[in-house]
Design a protein around this ligand. Structure first.
Ligand SMILES: [Zn+2]
Length: 87
């Protein structure tokens, strides 16, 4: 079995649920709703590894993710630490 989380969207043709798989999340077989999704959730960029295409199980339509660059915030840049620390 592959390791991924699921992002659910609505099929533009029939309104059915369409499953996109993403490897950007924690890979714990979690489910996310694409419409309520904050790009960075709990420090994980869920959409970074999302598949661009998916097929609706209901009507067989091939649907595509269309995303735009969106800046969530500007924060202090922190240099990567050399030693691993507990979070
Ligand atoms: Zn459909």
């Amino acid at each position: 079995m592959g390791c991924f989380d699921r992002v659910w969207a609505r099929c533009p043709r029939c309104g059915g649920q369409v499953e996109f798989q993403t490897k950007g999340g924690p890979c714990e077989s979690r489910d996310y709703d694409v419409y309520g999704l904050t790009r960075v959730k709990e420090g994980v960029d869920v959409l970074s590894g999302i598949s661009q295409f998916a097929v609706c199980e209901k009507c067989d339509a091939k649907v595509e993710i269309v995303s735009h660059v969106h800046i969530d915030c500007v924060r202090m840049y922190e240099e990567p630490k050399k030693e691993k620390e507990d979070q």
